[in-house]
Design a protein around this ligand. Structure first.
Ligand code: NAG
Ligand code: NAG
Ligand code: NAG
Ligand code: NAG
Length: 348
């Protein structure tokens, strides 16, 4: 055998070994902790269809133009965080609670999504169910034996608290000096909700950190989408610190010390927004879909059905879709950052 041939065989063998060990790592991740179901609670960052069809937003054009190609209840041009988490867990995106009685039963086996756009842990502007009410709806299904304790031991609960409580506070109270104590009460109520989920039987509960609110178009509009607002981002840091402390304390009080984890979407938003080009994002602060006269009007029409908004040409090169929500490309970039930092430690 000449040395070229030997080298070739050697290379080929090592390639096979690398592939095999990769497959094994994948398999062991999923065999060790086979997640069978995903249950989602929270707001528009994870809502995949629960919000009312009559309201502006997720069920109106141009929402959903990228996926599934028409408005279908997601607050984006396409997939949202829930869909990416489900993909990571190799599950179908869980069915919205609203559709539980109209879909065939086998769709229920991937879990369920109770999230409702605009809601918070406290009551906000929407009439949609707050976090407590969403968890109560879930509890109702346990009472009805739709889900059993053994299902829940193999499930993940994901909780999104993405800032509607704070928008509501700003609009109804607005006192900046009063903000820190309001943040403490939001984190306290979130903690109560996490304990409630644990008491219902979840062994793995993941809560999202708060994203940098000061970088959302609704805030950066004041600088023509040039700069994040550090005042708001400092307040977000306080929320996330308190949440960290609270979750650490909950784990200390739990037998296996690992029930609760935080999905750090603050860090991943920041990474993408600081290096948008490495994610093929051209517009990192300016939203793709915005009203002609206000950044809030994506999807709204006047009395003659004339659009009051404009949509950018390439949603895949914008991070933000509207005043509050990432595009599918934005979520994909956030997901890639999360994966890079070790999603297997969070969604294990
Ligand atoms: C959540 O909503 C329920 C039902 O509307 C209400 O009774 C409860 O006070 C709310 N909980 C919080 C924490 O705001
Ligand atoms: C609203 O603001 C005032 C100060 O203007 C403060 O005393 C009060 O506690 C705030 N309310 C809430 C719910 O934080
Ligand atoms: C952030 O926004 C608030 C409210 O609009 C404003 O009062 C504050 O000056 C802004 N902070 C910065 C650093 O731009
Ligand atoms: C929360 O804790 C994690 C590690 O457990 C850390 O990476 C993250 O920076 C913390 N976040 C805050 C806001 O302290």
């Amino acid at each position: 055998m000449d040395s070229h041939k030997q080298l070739f065989i050697l290379l080929w063998l090592s390639l096979v070994l690398v592939l095999l060990s990769g497959l094994q790592a994948e398999a062991s991740r999923h065999l060790k902790y086979p997640t069978k179901e995903l249950f989602v609670f929270g707001d528009s960052y994870v809502d995949t269809g629960n919000s009312q069809k009559s309201k502006p937003g997720s069920w109106k054009e141009p929402y959903g133009i990228t996926f599934p190609g028409k408005p279908a209840g997601r607050f984006s041009d396409g997939r949202v965080l829930t869909d990416f988490i489900a993909k990571y867990l190799r599950l179908r995106s869980p069915i919205p609670h609203k559709f539980r009685n109209i879909v065939s039963k086998h769709y229920l086996k991937y879990g369920m999504n109770f999230a409702y756009g605009g809601t918070g842990v406290f009551d906000t502007f929407t009439s949609g169910p707050n976090m407590t009410a969403q968890i109560d709806s879930f509890n109702q299904l346990i009472q009805e034996n739709v889900y059993t304790p053994s299902d829940l031991s193999k499930a993940i609960a994901y909780v999104s608290v993405a800032g509607n409580d704070y928008n509501h506070y700003l609009a109804t109270n607005g006192s900046l000096p009063g903000f820190p104590s309001f943040i403490a009460s939001v984190v306290k109520q979130t903690t109560t909700d996490l304990i409630h989920l644990q008491s219902l039987g979840f062994k793995r509960i993941v809560v999202g950190a708060l994203q940098p609110l000061g970088c959302l178009p609704q805030t950066t509009a004041e600088s023509s989408f040039q700069r994040c607002n550090s005042t708001f981002n400092d307040l977000v840091a306080l929320h996330n610190n308190l949440l960290n402390q609270s979750v650490a304390k909950l784990n200390q009080e739990t037998k296996d010390h690992t029930t609760f984890t935080i999905l750090d979407i603050f860090d991943s938003f920041a990474s993408v927004l600081n290096h948008p080009a490495s994610h093929n994002i051209k517009d990192h602060l300016k939203p793709c879909c915005a009203g002609v006269s206000s950044q809030y009007n994506c999807g709204s029409v006047d009395e003659n059905n004339v659009k009051k908004y404009l949509v950018c040409e390439n949603p895949e090169s914008s991070f933000f879709w509207d005043g509050l929500h990432p595009t599918q490309a934005g979520w994909n970039a956030v997901y890639n950052e999360l994966e890079k930092k070790g999603l297997h430690n969070i969604l294990y």
